[in-house]
Design a protein around this ligand. Structure first.
Ligand SMILES: C[S@@+](CC[C@H](N)C(=O)[O-])C[C@H]1O[C@@H](n2cnc3c(N)ncnc32)[C@H](O)[C@@H]1O
Ligand code: SF4
Length: 391
């Protein structure tokens, strides 16, 4: 039994599984929409899914809500307004609760953004990927660079001062100058947050079956270090492997929802394929719950319980790795008190691998704070391997 005195902060993830078109690099649980699921049925199913979890989180405030996908900007603003009003009635949302919606530039215009804002969405995350039309086409995107710029401007006009842009680098045929130009264009649009991902080829995607020619390893390193310098100069502080927030407003502009994952907080996950993690103090257990992945299987489930595909207690010997896989993504690392509070384990459960990592120069340990070094961040997989359970 774990020694869990109080549950960690709670967040809510809501999955919307549809897109206009499936991008060839994407392995998210997202599918080309063909109109087979009515929005009202989907929203009603989300509430059935949520209701089954309410007894387990009774009275716990919700720190952040993230409506992700897929392309949830395909939802009608009225649908989002209705959903948020239902959530407010069912869950105590913390004052100023961050409420993010993911948007694809090909699915939005000014009026819809304004309506999402009025519905209570206070953070927007726009999937830009690149501003280069040739690259966007290679990525199978449904929008141009110009449309991405217009979408960001529309978001500003709608009053979204908490705004993230997703960009990717290491794209097929991209060079260092191209990656830098994308970043500069993004920075010129003054979002408060940038997620800058290296394109990875994921199994079971169209790109895995027909891989495009990608930049060489050396070019990728050059892109990354040049890009990080551009972001730093523009005031975007890196706080996670791929996440950057404007420095002057950094604290409030870091993504609270994602920070909660990285700090090993709790979250409910509703919608097809959504994952959740819940701490049960009385029984000393931490549990993972995941939902049926196929939208139709999830939607046609007779009740909330039938939407669940699986649930499992996180075994004691896996907890250290699970915690580190999240917390060591953060530049600031973690406080040792957070480790004991959120895992229910004494720090001694992790000291042997922590000391090995420190000796290898992958980690720095100053009394209570443990953080990856720059080298540890560059070789994160090597660092995490040290925490694999033995045997
Ligand atoms: C769910 S999508 C975001 C919103 C929306 N669906 C869109 O694409 O416009 C999340 C983000 O993950 C990133 N992403 C998806 N697949 C990736 C891959 N294979 N490698 C790197 N980043 C990826 C993209 O930047 C994407 O915007
Ligand atoms: S990247 Fe976004 S738009 Fe493209 S398939 Fe994935 S979720 Fe859908």
């Amino acid at each position: 039994m774990l020694h869990l005195t109080a549950p960690p902060p709670l967040a809510l993830y809501i999955h919307y599984p549809w897109c206009v078109r499936k991008c060839p690099y994407c392995d998210f649980n997202s599918h080309q929409a063909s109109g087979e699921m009515a929005e009202a049925d989907y929203l009603a199913a989300l509430l059935r899914d949520l209701q089954q979890h309410l007894p387990a989180v009774w009275g716990r405030p919700v720190h952040a809500i993230f409506i992700g996908g897929g392309t949830p900007s395909l939802l009608s603003p009225d649908g989002v307004a209705w959903l948020l009003s239902q959530l407010r009635a069912l869950l105590p949302l913390l004052p100023g609760c961050e409420i993010t919606l993911e948007a694809n530039p090909g699915t939005v215009e000014q009026g819809r953004f304004t309506a999402f804002r009025q519905a209570g969405v206070n953070r927007l995350s726009i999937g830009v990927q690149s501003f280069d039309d040739a690259l966007l086409q290679r990525l199978g995107r449904i929008h141009t660079g110009r449309e991405a710029i217009l979408a960001v401007e529309a978001a500003h006009c709608a009053g979204f001062d908490n705004l993230n842009l997703d960009l990717m680098f290491g794209l097929p045929g991209e060079d260092e100058a191209g990656a830098a130009a994308d970043l500069r264009q993004a920075i010129a649009l003054a979002p408060s947050h940038l997620s800058w991902y290296q394109l990875t080829i994921e199994p079971n995607t169209a790109f895995a079956h027909a891989p495009p020619p990608l930049p060489e390893e050396e070019a990728l390193w050059a892109m990354q270090s040049a890009g990080q310098a551009i972001l730093a100069t523009a005031g975007y502080g890196q706080y996670e492997v791929s996440a950057y927030a404007l420095h002057d407003r950094e604290q409030e502009r870091q993504c609270r929802h994602n920070l909660n994952y990285w700090r090993f907080g709790d979250y409910l996950g509703i919608g097809p394929g959504a994952h959740g993690k819940l701490t049960h103090c009385a029984s000393g257990k931490i549990e993972r719950i995941w939902k049926k992945r196929q939208p139709r299987d999830w939607l046609t489930a007779t009740d909330g319980a039938a939407m669940i595909a699986g649930r499992a207690e996180i075994a004691r010997d896996e907890l250290v790795l699970e915690f580190m896989m999240n917390a060591l993504r953060l530049v600031e690392g973690f406080d040792t008190a957070l480790f004991t509070a959120h895992t229910g384990l004494p720090l001694s459960a992790a000291t042997a691998p922590l000391q090995r990592a420190e000796a290898l120069g992958l980690l720095q340990w100053d009394t209570r704070r443990i953080a990856p070094t720059a080298r540890g961040r560059d070789y994160l997989n090597d660092l995490l391997e040290l925490f694999l359970p033995e045997g």
